[in-house]
Design a protein around this ligand. Structure first.
Ligand code: HOZ
Length: 432
């Protein structure tokens, strides 16, 4: 019998390119039919055919307190009756700016937008306006949303489809985007020596989550901070993924590095579309209406979305929230490593706070080239076996995973048991 899922996917492909509204969701890299969902609660999801899954995507990060958290839902319902949008200031926006500034003091001033992409492209514009320079630096495999100038050697969906540069981006637009390998201090120093004074900004994922998970070498971040200060370059931490997930104060608190600007998204919307960018007051005061850097949005600061984010930010400030989240994520990683070892599959895994990376390679990778060297065929076999067992992982070897506060010990144990079977399948497929 044809499943509801297959029917929906077939129909969707007629009207929506690839049947999806964001490319990684199409399962092209792992093969098969994407799962269409109808319900989520806590750590679980249910698809349109009624199958249950333990969710390790969590909407790519925002659902840090679990799906349909009763307090988030109640807050959204309560505010929605007062109108869904005003296109004018509200006290809720101020509360959000205060909450962000409290948790990330480097964000002296904040502006709300509706997505991470808007946040990163606006932050770069602000940095260019402030410095009067055009070029900027990003790192191979880092993904900062889908604005033209950022789709150069980018991660996430671009890696999934093996094309780190996008068609449709004029060469002239990409010409001001410089790239370097992540974690390479020598190349960073050499580039700054040559062109540091021409750079408006450097944008970086302080923990990369878009070429699978790659941890920063602390010396790399420290050197980057020093070089930016020396050459008057605006350092932008893209914390859309890591913000409030790897630590209550984000990656900047975890590693003790203060960026000049930060971009946020995901957790600050609690599952609704919110992004933010902010930083040093002298840079942010260049924005219209105070300055000449233009940036705007009809739904920016939307009251319903901001309410979901505010409630989520309140919940994650409970004592011990991040310690517990990090411990649970590490428990998952340890369990998976032990299962792979038992079966005899080459595998490594690591976590930072509530984010994790799984790699079919002997060591956890440090940069794009090392990520690309991992065994993608093994990942695909593993992914499908896990999916059959009701474990929902990112459908690509190049995405990080996410744990929520709703994931229980029983969820972790069920995931590790499923992984043992999946590793055995990887081994038998290799031997066949
Ligand atoms: N690029 C996103 C994750 N890195 C995927 C977004 C989505 O498909 O929703």
């Amino acid at each position: 019998m044809t499943s509801q899922n297959q029917i929906l996917f077939e129909k969707s492909q007629r009207l929506i390119p690839g049947g999806v509204n964001s490319p990684v969701r199409a399962f092209r890299s792992v093969g098969g039919t994407p799962v269409f969902f109808k319900k989520g609660l806590g750590s679980k999801l249910w698809d349109v055919d009624g199958k249950e899954y333990i969710d390790y995507i969590n909407s790519w990060g925002p659902m840090i307190v679990g799906h349909a958290h009763p307090e988030v839902i109640a807050a959204v319902q309560a505010v929605a009756v007062n109108s869904l949008s005003f296109g004018a200031p509200t006290g809720l926006e101020l509360e959000m700016a205060e909450a962000i500034n409290h948790l990330m003091p480097s964000m002296e001033q904040v502006r709300l937008v509706s997505s991470g992409t808007e946040a990163t492209m606006s932050a770069i514009r602000a940095a260019r306006g402030f410095t009067g320079r055009s070029q900027f630096l990003k790192f191979e495999g880092c993904y900062h949303g889908h604005a033209d100038a950022l789709l150069v050697k980018a991660g996430s969906g671009l890696l999934t489809f093996g094309e780190p540069d996008s068609a449709g981006v004029p060469t002239e637009v990409a010409a001001n985007t410089l790239t370097l390998p992540y974690n390479d201090v020598a190349q960073l120093e050499a580039l700054f020596k040559q062109s540091g004074d021409a750079l408006a900004c450097v944008i970086i994922e302080p923990v990369v989550g878009n070429m699978n998970l790659v941890k920063p070498n602390p010396l790399f971040l420290k050197t980057l901070r020093e070089l930016c200060t020396k050459h008057g370059v605006v350092l932008i931490f893209d914390e859309v993924m890591t913000g409030f997930r790897v630590h209550l104060g984000g990656a900047q608190a975890l590693y003790g590095i203060k960026p000049d600007m930060t971009t946020l998204g995901k957790v600050i919307g609690g599952g609704l579309p919110v992004g933010a960018f902010g930083g040093r007051k002298e840079i942010m005061s260049g924005l219209a209406p105070l300055g000449k850097v233009y940036q705007a949005g009809t739904l920016s600061g939307n009251p319903v979305a901001v309410t979901a984010g505010l409630k989520t930010l309140a919940l994650i400030q409970a004592p011990g929230f991040h310690e517990q989240l990090a411990a649970q994520t590490q428990k998952l990683v340890d369990g998976l490593m032990a299962a792979a070892k038992k079966v005899g599959v080459t595998f490594s895994a690591q976590s930072v706070g509530g984010m994790f990376g799984l790699y079919f390679s002997a060591e956890c990778p440090n940069c794009f080239d090392e990520v690309m060297a991992s065994d993608r065929a093994a990942f695909n076999t593993f992914f499908h076996s896990m999916l059959d067992s009701g474990i929902y992982l990112g459908p690509s070897a190049f995405e990080a995973g996410f744990v929520s506060a709703a994931h229980t010990d029983a969820d972790i144990a069920a995931t590790v048991a499923a992984a043992e079977k999946a590793f055995a399948k990887v081994l038998s497929t290799k031997q066949a």
